[in-house]
Design a protein around this ligand. Sequence first.
Ligand SMILES: [Zn+2]
Ligand SMILES: [Zn+2]
Ligand SMILES: [Zn+2]
Length: 379
Amino acid sequence: MNSILSKMLFKSIRLEPKACWEYLLWMDKSNQGGIYLSEIPNNFYKNGELCISTVDDEEDTDLVSLAKQKKVEMNWNICKFLPTAGSCQNFFQIAIAGHIHAVYVHIIEETARLPSGVDTPVKRRGISTQLERMAETVCTPSMVQFSQERIQNVLTEQLFGITQKIHRSVSTSVNKDGDPVFPLLAGSYLPLKSPALEFVKAVCQVLRLDVNIQSQVDKLKRDLLKLIGVGSFADEANFQDPCMSLVVPEVICEYCNSCRDLDLCRDACITPARGNQPASIRCSNPECGVNYSLEVIEQHLISMLMRRSMTYTLQDLKCTKCKMIKDKNMSKYCDCAGTYSNNIPRDQFMQKLKIYENISKHYHLENLSEMIEFINKYN
Ligand SMILES: [Zn+2]
Ligand SMILES: [Zn+2]
Ligand SMILES: [Zn+2]
């Protein structure tokens, strides 16, 4: 909080915490789950540190039973890429929410046991990216032990059962009628084959966000992979985000005038395409919820793609040896005798083009797909 406020740019803004996460597993903007704390106690914001004080002794028992009723907020984009067949998505929700809830209840029980007056800092754990590990992990040894044991016992048993069930009921990527079991979404790009495999990868990836239980989860993953006959060192056993991303900046709702950056692949307000019905995307304002005009978005996309294609075509050439930008017009080789190559590799451009193509198909954007066809022809 204070680090935000200390920036010059925000000097004139007053920030007030309205709600926060009591317990959170965070992967990225479109993948997170946890327990939401909607009412913030008065003494919550202390010297720029977020604190939750334990409540008076009399309320202790209430606190625990209250914790048991708390809803787990689940917002996992990667879950949408699992098949609905064989209840893969439901099982994902059950396993993850169950784990978050159990750990949360344990934390509350723990704090209730501690003498009152002790401030426990908010437990905020997880990693935003593999590189950027949050070192500020605050947790008690008992909590670590609890979640480790939960992985080894309860969850191992639960996931073994579920994985076996999925593996038996949906073993291939097409069902009896020849339709693909994996949902085809705007962000799909990976050739997904085995529902059970994808399920195991997704669940373990999420559990792995808790740095304290990573080795337990890795062991669990190895065992689960063995169960479905996949080597744990195989390429296909590595988790890859199944969703691409394409952000259209500053989309304005025609009804409520709210403005936001829209990810056409990952947004939570997307209604995916079904049959001949194109996908649509809603305004995220809870009081509005009107569908955005796809024509306006298409215009945005076309000008974005135009700019991208222009940059690609007019890019500088770079020497492969000395990495200098080519400055002479006609020479075939650099002064150092190295050859020239594109500054922006062709693959990178084509990959981006593929995202646009997916989106144009998904939202039925005819003008955009015509343009893509044209670019494809000349590149
Ligand atoms: Zn704006
Ligand atoms: Zn709106
Ligand atoms: Zn050179």
